[in-house]
Ligand binder design. Structure first.
Ligand code: AMP
Length: 355
C-alpha cells in the first residue's frame, strides 16, 4: 500500500456511485473529457456564465453536463451540486489561474492527485526548494547585478502569463535596465527548450519503477511564445529596446517534439528525483506533471520550472504520441488519468490517487 493522500469515507460512496470526471471548460478540457469518455466515465464541465459553444464542434469531447456560475473564482458556490453529482476534479492550469491554490485546497470535493502540490507549483521559492532538494540541475540565481557574469532573465514576483520578464546579455546591460519591482535574476540558459509530459502512477507495479509506483513519459512539446519566438525578424534586441518593444513569453500554442534518444536516461533520472523528493516533502505528486527545461549544447538538461498537473502541451497528443503509443496505443494524458481512476476503483485504492 502506497502513501495515503486521503481518508476512506468518501471513497466508499464513489465506489457505489460512479465518479464523474469534472474540470473547468478551458486549458486541456477537450482532451480530459475525450479520454474520460473512452474509459466509460460520465463528465461535467464547469463554465463561467454559459457553456462555451466550441464544444459543439467536437462532439466526442463535449461534457455530458455543464455547471455554470457568474465567475470561475466562485467555484465554491457549486460545491453542493458537485458533491451530489459525485464529481472528481481534474486540476488544470485554469484552477491555478482562476481559483488559486488556497481556495482550491479547501474545496470539499475529491481531487485527482495530491491537491497540496498546487501550492508548491504556484510559489517560485517553494518550487526552487523542492528542485534543490532533488538535486536537479537548474539555472543559477544571482543576488544582484554585480554577481552576473553572462546572459540573465529577470522575473518579477507575481509576473503572470509570460509578461514582465527582462533579458540582459551581461551585468552592464542589466544595470542599464529599468528594473523596479521585487524580482529574481536567473541565468539565461542558452539551448533548446523541452516540456516533458510525465505521469507518475502510485498504483502501477510494472514499467519504470519509482518508489512504490512507476513513471511514464507520455509526450514532449515546445511552447510557442509571443512575442519572443518571432522577435528576431524585427531586428536586434538593442534596437527593439530603444523602440520600446520588450520581449514577452505569452504561450499561444504548442508544437510536438521528440528528444534525442540518448538523452532519455538523463531526463528520466531528473523526473525520478523530483517524484521521490515530492514524497518526502508533501506525500507525493500523483498523476500528470511536466518538467520544463533547456538542453544545453553540453547536453545538460537544466530545469527552470515544473507544472504539477496536466499541461496544455499534452493537447497535441489526443490520439497518442511517439512515446505514449509505446505504453498503450492511442493513449492521451486525459485518457491516462481516466485509466488510473478506473484502476483505483477496481483495486479499492482511491485513497492513494485522490485527495
Ligand atoms: P516561466 O514563467 O519560468 O515558465 O518562464 C517562461 C518562459 O521563459 C519559458 O517558457 C522559457 O521560454 C523562458 N525561460 C524561463 N526561464 C529561463 C531561463 N532560465 N533561461 C532561458 N529561458 C528561460
Amino acid at each position: 500500500m502506497g502513501v495515503q493522500l486521503s481518508k476512506p469515507a468518501l471513497w466508499e460512496e464513489l465506489r457505489s456511485q460512479p465518479p464523474r470526471i469534472t474540470t473547468i471548460c478551458s486549458h486541456s478540457s477537450l482532451q480530459i473529457f475525450h479520454g474520460a469518455r473512452l474509459e466509460g466515465f460520465s463528465t461535467i464541465g464547469i463554465a463561467e456564465k454559459s457553456p462555451p459553444r466550441f464544444y459543439d464542434a467536437f462532439p466526442k469531447a463535449k461534457p455530458d453536463q455543464f455547471l455554470t456560475m457568474p465567475k470561475l473564482s466562485d467555484v465554491d458556490t457549486l460545491v453542493p451540486q458537485l458533491q451530489k453529482e459525485h464529481a472528481v476534479l481534474i486540476p488544470t492550469g485554469s484552477f491555478v489561474e482562476y481559483v488559486g491554490p488556497e481556495k482550491f485546497n479547501r474545496l470539499p470535493v475529491p481531487v485527482f492527485g495530491n491537491r497540496h502540490v498546487m501550492a508548491w507549483e504556484s510559489d517560485r521559492e517553494k518550487e526552487r526548494e523542492w528542485l534543490e532538494m532533488a538535486h536537479v540541475p537548474m539555472p543559477e540565481r544571482f543576488k544582484d547585478a554585480s554577481e552576473v557574469d553572462g546572459p540573465v532573465i529577470v522575473k518579477y514576483y507575481g509576473a503572470k502569463g509570460g509578461k514582465g520578464f527582462i533579458l540582459a546579455k551581461n551585468s552592464e546591460d542589466l544595470l542599464a535596465s529599468p528594473i523596479r519591482q521585487p524580482h529574481v535574476i536567473q541565468e539565461y540558459i542558452i539551448g533548446t527548450r523541452y516540456y516533458l509530459h510525465f505521469f507518475y502512477s502510485p498504483l502501477s507495479t510494472d514499467g519504470y519503477r519509482v518508489a512504490d509506483g512507476s513513471l511514464e513519459l507520455l509526450g514532449i512539446d515546445r511552447r510557442d511564445e509571443a512575442n519572443i519566438d518571432e522577435l528576431y525578424k524585427l531586428g536586434s534586441q538593442e534596437e527593439l529596446t530603444r523602440s520600446g518593444i520588450q520581449p514577452s513569453f505569452v504561450v499561444t500554442g504548442n508544437v510536438g517534439v521528440v528528444l534525442r534518444e540518448s538523452l532519455l536516461p538523463q531526463v528520466f533520472e531528473v523526473a525520478e528525483r523530483i517524484v521521490k523528493t515530492s514524497i518526502d516533502l508533501f506525500g507525493g505528486m500523483v498523476g500528470p506533471f511536466c518538467v520544463e527545461g533547456i538542453m544545453t549544447e553540453a547536453l545538460e538538461f537544466k530545469v527552470f520550472e515544473i507544472s504539477t498537473r496536466i499541461v496544455a502541451g499534452t493537447n497535441l497528443y489526443v490520439s497518442g504520441s511517439p512515446y505514449s503509443d509505446m505504453v498503450m496505443p492511442g493513449l492521451s494524458t486525459g485518457r491516462r488519468i481516466a485509466l488510473e481512476l478506473r484502476r483505483g476503483l477496481k483495486e479499492d485504492r482511491l485513497g492513494e490517487i485522490l485527495s
